[in-house]
Structure formats: structure tokens, C-alpha cells
Design a protein around this ligand. Structure first.
Ligand SMILES: [Ca+2]
Length: 711
């Protein structure tokens, strides 16, 4: 678009609308209050960068490193095949690592903002101008409508969810490309090489888009709806463009199937991170979502989701009756979403759909271009697809605007644009309609911010998540004053630090996800700092054989936690056994009962944090110089208990339970399940109490010990 064109036809007002919108959005996105990242995302990011022997953190991208996208697929993406999204994440995490050397870390800051806040609005604006032939203010207002929608706010405010954003980006690239092809077609310039190149470009773009998110399939559904004329094949007269479109579509689907079933499995094997396509989805569900097409519930789901999407994109969610209990609105437990059918809830649902049908009828009667019909058909197809692919989850909730509504919201913006188009030529009405769209947009934005906050705080109810980010920022400023320390703590860029991770480090991330992970991150503040500002520069991740001092706090710092105690012991010399926590019936006395079985072991509580301690009380003070620890054995035909055994531990003695004297410090114990590890140490003092502080396990997020003997 030429500059002249930009400033004609209300170009200034359009520019003003977009500038204000982007300023508001960006201003909130950089704030700690609105911008955020899942704490577990920090860990994944750190692993993503470090799980290879690449030392360069920053903008460098070694091509061989791209193999790590299969690691992401294997461990984080559940085999969904979003390779392009994984690659983008790898680049983006590096970008942040580089950027936060210069500016304080912001949780949501992302290279994705270039796509989300620059490319996407430009493409949408261009499409509205050229396809719907809207004036600049109207085109800008529907662009703002999308930018301020919950969907766009979702991936802008919350870091590490670029799949939806990339899907929207590709959707708009494809639609703009189709416009371009159509223009060439009608202009008669599509002859020969140039035309062929463009078709190849379209095919490649469509193909690539499929590796961003399953939602990208929507582009296949939308292109024939919005450009039906491109699919008309005329065999006489030399126009073969329709045939070309079909050829492109078939080729893309064939190439995608070949990639997913043959090429990617082969490449993932080569990279060392072999994974099965959609393995997690298969495990979770075991049924075929496409069978839903014959299920009436599926169509009911489409209607309800459309209702949510439409009202959500108008900022009306808070004012209309809900289909689920309102008190459950901010819960993440899908089974709680019980649909409530009543006159109050059914009436708005019916009205929304009747309005959409009425708009189609009006468009059919009074318009020759049928933009509105196309847009509404596109809306239903979009919701249908979203409902289908998420049929194993429950999408019938207002959150869906935020989670899945990105492509729907683009289509909804196009519907709004189509409606504005019907007012073309009526200047006063047009401006009034633009004003209404803008008011609705900002109302939606307020709602989107509320959903964002609700998600952020309800997901981590025990965690001061904002305090967590502010702490990072403060720490950044603190060490910024000392260049040497800063370099060491922020990023050891180009310093040859080995970033190797072993599988032991990875295991707790997955196992502890539902138990101790969040607490670990939030309460073990030092360990969060070692992840270096949102997991950008993992140089400070503790090595497997690091000094115990760096690995975790001493048990004495946890003395305020309630302890568990048992006075039953097989050894008459030991009158009581205490522990920092216990799980189920696996009490601390079981380490002194003389029984060697996995059932007769002490377990710390998985919801408590490592370090954990175990303390026994002698009837009279004893001078102990040898300790033998038996780790919990595996039950028949099972394994995994070896990860609960102590790896780093400290033994101390005390006579008053106030002052403890360290007697033994072991930094890399290795006791196979059911076997004994024995250590001798120097001790010239008799103590009544001995405390074994387990500061790290072999990888599990709780500790277990089967037996202890001392002499
Ligand atoms: Ca025992």
C-alpha cells in the first residue's frame, strides 16, 4: 500500500486507532500485573536451551541445534507435531536470553510480539481493506477488535503459547496470498513462470502452517468459503486455475501425511529424541474424534461454543447468563463444568444464532457479494473444527475464547467487517458503527484482562506469582551494578559453560508437576534464581555433582514445619523417631523396625519440599560413628523407587534439638533399591538426637528410606 493511499480515505484516523490500541496492549503486556509465564515454563525453557552441548546462549543459532525441537515435541508438546512452533520457541527463548542482558526481565516479553502485534494486524488490516474494500477507520476498527479480543490478549500476555499466534499468522498470510493470486488471475498476468511460482508459494505456506498448531487446518476450510471462485474449474477457454487450487490442496495434504508419518519420525530418531505423533492424545483418549460428527452432542457443542465466542468477542460475556455455574468459572477442573439448561440460558443462545441466520437472509436478499453469508459460514466452520479437535476436552466454557478462540476471533473480525461493508456509502451510519465496534472492542479487552488474571491467580493459588516476577526484576537491578557478577548470573554467554543436563534432572520436572513443582519454584527462591530470569540462560543450573551448599537449603531452615513423630521402634535404644513429613502410613519409625520391605519404609510427603529430615532419639546419649542406610526396594515387577533414595545428605548430632553439630556430609550417594550404603565418620561426642537431612534425592520429589542402622 502506498503512503498516499494510507493517508487518503481516513488513513490518519485508521492509523490513530491502531496506534492507540497497540499502545494500550503493549503497555499492559510489559507489566508484571498482566504479563506472565507459567513457572513450569521457566523450567522447560531452561531445559530446552541446556539439553545439548551448545554453549552459546543469545542470538546465535547453530543449525544442528534445531534437532532440539524434537526434544520439545517429546517432552512438552505431547507429540502434536508443532515443529514450527517448537522452533520458534527455541529462537524466542534465545532472543529473551539476549534481550535481558540489556533490559530487566519481563515475564511475557517475546519476539512473538513482532508477529502478534505487527505482522498480524498489518495482514488483517490489508485484507479488510482489499477484500472487504473497507475504509481505513473501519478496517482499523476490526483490526482493533481482533487485537483486543481475549484470544489475542491470551497469547500476548502469556508467554510460551505461540502456537495459536502462528496459526493466526499463517491463516492471514494464506488469505492475503489468495487475494494476490486472485488479483493476478483477473488481471490476466498469471501466465507462465510467475503464476507457477505463486502457486508453489501458496502450497508451501499452507504446508508450513500445519506445523504450527492443529488450528491451522482452519485455513483449508476457510479458503474455499471466502474464495469460492478460485475453485471453479473451466476446462474450456484455457483457464485452469481451479485445477491448480485443487492440485495445491491435494499436494499439501499428501506432503503433510508423508512428513508426519514418515519423515518426522525418521528425523526425530536421528536427533535422538524419538517420539510418536500424537502419542499423548492417544493415551488420554483412545477414541476417534471424527466419530463425533455423528454425535448430536457435537452439534450442540458447536452452537454453544459459537455463543461463547460471539458474546466473548463483543465483551458481553460478563453480562449474559452462563451455561455453567458461575462459581466454577475460574476452576480448571473440567468435570466441574456442568451445563445448566434453563430458559434464562437457552434464550440468549437461541437469539445469537437467530441473529446470525437473519443476517444471512438479509445479505442474500440485499447484497450481491454475499460477504456476510461467507463470513457466517466461516464462523460455523471455525467453531466446528475447534469443537471437533478439542472434543476430548471440554471447550464449552468461556475460557475457550482465551484458549482456542484465536482463529475464530479473526473470522469474527471479518464478519464485523462484512457488516460494516453493508453500510458503505452511508457515511454517518458507518462512523457510528465504527464507534460501536470500538466500544465493544474495549469492553472485550476489559473482560480479556479479567480472564487473564483469573487464570494466572487461580492456577497458582498458593503462590505470589507477581511477587515472584518482581523479585526477579529486583535481583536483576541488584546484580546489574556488578558487571562481573551480572555476567556470571545472567548469562554466561560465550564462556564455554557446559550446559549438559542428564535425565535425572529432567525427571522431577515431569513427576513433580502436580505436587511440588510450583512450591519448589516459588518457595525455593534461590533455586528459581538459578534458572536465570525465566529460564533463558541455564548456565547456573546446579550440576549433578555440585557442592551441597549450592544445591538446597539446610534442613534447619525448615524447622518451623510441623514434624511427624513415632515412639514405636523395634530397637529399645531408640525411643522416638521424627521426620519433617510423612506420606500416608509410611511413618518414620519404619526405618528402625528391622523389616526390609518397600512397605516398611519412611516416605516424605510428596507435597512437601526436599530437603526432608529424619531424626531419631536415643534413650541415653550415644557416640555414633557408623551409619548404614538401606534404600527402599522396588515392589515385584516395578521400578522407580531408586529415584527416592538420598543422594546428598548431612548427618548431625544434638543434645537439645537446638544446636546441631555436623558429623557427616555425603554429596553423591548411590544406593541401589533394597541395598545398603554405609559410612564411617569421626565423632568424639555422645548425642541423644541424630538428624539425617536429605538435601537431594536421586531425582524424585520426595524421599524414602527403608532401614537405618547406627553404631
Ligand atoms: Ca523398615
Amino acid at each position: 500500500m502506498s503512503m498516499k493511499r494510507l493517508f487518503n480515505d481516513g488513513g490518519y484516523s485508521g492509523l490513530l486507532i491502531l496506534s492507540i490500541t497497540l499502545f494500550i496492549l503493549l503497555n499492559d503486556a510489559v507489566s508484571v500485573e498482566h504479563g506472565w509465564i507459567h513457572p513450569e515454563g521457566l523450567i522447560y525453557s531452561a531445559h530446552y536451551l541446556s539439553n545439548a552441548s551448545f554453549d552459546h546462549v543469545g542470538l546465535d543459532l547453530n543449525l544442528a541445534e534445531a534437532g532440539k525441537i524434537f526434544w520439545w515435541e517429546q517432552h512438552v508438546d505431547m507429540g502434536q507435531g508443532r515443529l514450527l512452533t517448537a522452533l520458534f520457541q527455541l529462537i524466542d527463548i534465545k532472543f529473551r536470553a539476549w534481550l535481558f542482558r540489556y533490559i530487566p526481565p519481563g515475564p511475557a516479553v517475546s519476539a512473538g510480539w513482532i508477529i502478534g502485534l505487527l505482522c498480524i494486524p498489518a495482514l488483517l488490516y490489508n485484507f479488510a481493506r482489499k477484500y472487504l474494500i473497507l475504509g481505513a477507520p473501519a478496517a482499523a476498527s476490526i483490526t482493533a477488535l481482533f487485537l483486543l479480543s481475549s484470544a489475542s490478549v491470551g497469547y500476548t500476555f502469556q508467554y510460551l503459547h505461540p502456537g495459536k499466534m502462528l496459526a493466526v499468522f499463517f491463516l492471514l498470510v494464506v488469505l492475503n496470498l489468495m487475494l494476490f493470486l486472485r488479483g493476478i488471475e483477473s488481471g490476466g498476468a498469471g501466465e507462465g513462470r510467475k503464476g507457477l511460482m505463486l502457486w508453489i508459494m501458496l502450497g508451501t505456506t499452507l504446508f508450513l502452517s500445519l506445523f504450527t498448531d492443529p488450528l491451522a487446518f482452519i485455513t483449508f476450510l476457510l479458503v474455499p468459503v471466502l474464495f469460492p471462485e478460485m475453485f471453479r474449474v473451466r476446462f474450456s477457454g484455457g483457464n485452469r486455475s481451479g485445477g491448480q487450487v485443487y492440485a495445491v490442496y491435494l499436494a499439501v495434504i499428501a506432503c503433510y501425511a508423508a512428513s508426519v508419518l514418515l519423515i518426522i519420525p525418521y528425523l526425530s530418531k536421528l536427533s535422538g529424541y524419538e517420539y510418536g505423533f500424537l502419542y499423548a492424545v492417544e493415551e488420554a483418549r483412545g477414541n476417534n474424534p471424527f466419530m463425533n460428527i455423528v454425535n448430536p452432542q457435537f452439534y450442540y457443542g458447536i452452537m454453544m461454543n459459537t455463543y461463547w465466542f460471539v458474546t466473548g468477542n463483543l465483551g458481553l460475556r460478563g453480562y449474559l447468563p452462563l451455561y455453567i455455574s458461575e462459581d466454577r468459572l475460574y476452576s480448571f477442573e473440567p468435570s466441574l463444568y456442568v451445563t445448566e439448561v434453563s430458559l434464562e440460558t437457552v434464550a440468549p443462545l437461541v437469539i445469537v444464532h437467530l441473529v446470525l441466520i437473519a443476517l444471512c437472509i438479509a445479505d442474500y436478499r440485499y447484497s450481491d457479494r454475499r460477504y456476510v453469508i461467507k463470513a457466517i459460514a466461516a464462523l460455523y466452520l471455525t467453531t466446528g473444527w475447534i469443537t471437533l479437535i478439542h472434543s476430548f476436552q471440554n471447550v464449552l466454557l468461556p475460557w475457550s475464547n482465551y484458549y482456542y478462540g484465536s482463529v475464530f476471533s479473526v473470522v469474527f473480525a471479518l464478519l464485523t467487517g462484512s457488516l460494516l461493508r453493508t453500510l458503505r456509502g452511508r457515511r454517518g451510519l458507518s462512523y457510528a458503527a465504527v464507534a460501536v465496534v470500538l466500544i465493544a472492542s474495549f469492553s472485550t479487552y476489559g473482560d480479556a484482562k479479567e480472564i487473564n488474571r483469573a487464570w494466572k491467580y487461580s492456577r497458582y493459588p498458593d503462590v505470589d506469582i507477581d511477587g515472584f516476577y518482581r523479585g526477579f526484576k529486583d535481583y536483576w537491578h541488584e546484580i546489574k551494578r556488578d558487571p562481573e557478577l551480572f555476567d556470571k548470573k545472567i548469562c554466561m554467554v560465550d564462556k564455554g559453560v557446559s550446559l549438559l543436563f542428564n535425565s535425572k534432572n529432567l525427571y522431577p520436572v515431569k513427576v513433580c508437576y502436580n505436587t511440588a513443582l510450583l512450591k519448589r519454584i516459588s518457595f525455593r527462591y534461590q533455586s528459581a534464581l538459578t534458572l536465570n530470569f525465566a529460564g533463558f540462560c541455564p548456565d547456573e543450573v546446579p550440576p549433578a555433582e555440585g557442592a551441597a551448599e549450592d544445591v538446597g537449603p539446610l534442613c534447619s531452615t525448615l524447622d518451623t514445619v510441623p514434624e511427624v513423630m513415632s515412639e514405636v521402634s523395634a530397637d529399645p535404644d531408640i525411643v522416638a523417631v521424627r521426620a519433617s513429613s510423612q506420606w500416608k502410613h509410611y511413618g518414620p519409625h519404619l526405618v528402625f523396625d528391622g523389616i526390609s520391605s518397600d512397605e516398611s519404609s519412611w516416605h516424605s510427603d510428596p507435597n512437601s519440599l526436599i530437603p526432608q529430615w529424619l531424626e531419631w532419639e536415643h534413650a541415653v546419649p550415644r557416640m555414633i560413628t557408623v551409619i548404614a542406610i538401606q534404600s527402599q526396594m522396588n515392589p515385584p515387577h516395578l521400578s522407580g523407587n531408586e529415584l527416592r533414595a538420598p543422594r546428598i545428605f548431612v548427618l548431625s548430632g544434638s543434645n537439645d534439638r537446638q544446636q546441631y553439630t555436623e558429623l557427616l556430609r555425603i554429596k553423591n550417594a548411590s544406593i541401589d533399591p533394597g541395598t545398603w550404603g554405609q559410612w564411617q565418620f569421626v565423632n568424639k561426642q555422645a548425642y541423644k538426637y541424630y538428624r539425617l537431612c536429605i538435601r537431594e534425592t536421586q531425582g524424585e520429589c520426595f524421599a524414602a528410606v527403608q532401614e537405618i542402622r547406627v553404631r
